[in-house]
Design a protein around this ligand. Structure first.
Ligand code: URA
Length: 239
């Protein structure tokens, strides 16, 4: 009898999880369900190159950076977070207030949405690496200035070198324009893969924009599905 109860409990938990997932999808404005449910961690492996071990050394090397004036107003240097061997890297713009306080990217309202977007395509934060163009918060959340970008960008480029992702997803216009070195609008850049030094590079809306503008949710969902599809191809390539 105890076993029947256990099974029943498990079934109820599974229903609760499914209900929660579907409710989140609806809240996100996604009216389809991504059905390829992940049952274990992604198995895609890097095919070549040494396993990067230098990311934490690099963090210690740069965490006290004073190369630009933003160090004067920051609470924390926001290096980035996630799997140092991730095949997928997400790159935002710059830390906001919460990120500055906690020292971690995308932990405020936009970050909570990002977590749900990732969950909608069966990723968690531990599967990916999340970083920003700038490591320190611009006061009042203003846009990063060109001189700040130029000073900070080499750090991100080094992170990309160390992590060696197979796919990069730029979150928002600034990240996309800085990395692709273009002035094209986000609407023109999204929806297809670009090349970034041999890495597949997708552009999508910044989660903060999705919080404000309902109309971006549908195209963002299309981008996320494209991202997942490309990621799944890595597994096939890796055998
Ligand atoms: N917006 C960003 O672009 N990055 C963060 O880390 C938080 C908000």
């Amino acid at each position: 009898m105890a076993m029947v109860n256990d099974e029943y409990e498990k079934m109820l938990q599974a229903f609760a999880l499914a209900k929660n997932f579907l409710r989140q999808q609806v809240e996100l404005g996604f009216d389809e369900v991504y059905t390829q449910v992940k049952t274990k961690k992604p198995t895609a492996k890097k095919e070549d190159g040494p396993v990067p071990t230098g990311l934490s050394d690099f963090y210690h090397e740069i965490k006290n950076c004073k190369k630009c004036h933003l160090y004067r107003t920051r609470t924390n240097f926001v290096f980035g977070v996630g799997n140092p061997e991730a095949n997928l890297m997400l790159i935002g713009e710059a830390p906001g207030k919460e990120e500055d306080l906690q020292g971690e990217p995308f932990v405020g309202a936009a970050g909570k949405l990002l977590d749900r977007m990732l969950a909608a395509i069966n990723f968690s934060r531990e599967d990916v690496f999340i970083a920003n163009i700038l490591k320190c918060r611009p006061p009042e959340n203003r846009d990063p200035r060109p001189d700040e970008i130029e000073t900070c960008k080499p750090y991100l480029l080094e992170q990309i070198k160390l992590i060696q992702p197979k796919i990069i997803c730029a979150l928002g216009r600034i990240s996309a324009q800085v990395l692709l070195q273009t002035k094209s609008a986000l609407g023109q850049l999204r929806g297809e893969f670009h090349d970034f030094n041999g890495i597949k590079f997708l552009v999508t809306y910044h989660p903060a924009a999705l919080l404000r503008y309902q109309q971006y949710k549908r195209p963002a969902w299309e981008d996320l599905k494209l991202l997942r599809k490309e990621y799944d191809k890595l597994k096939i390539l890796a055998g």
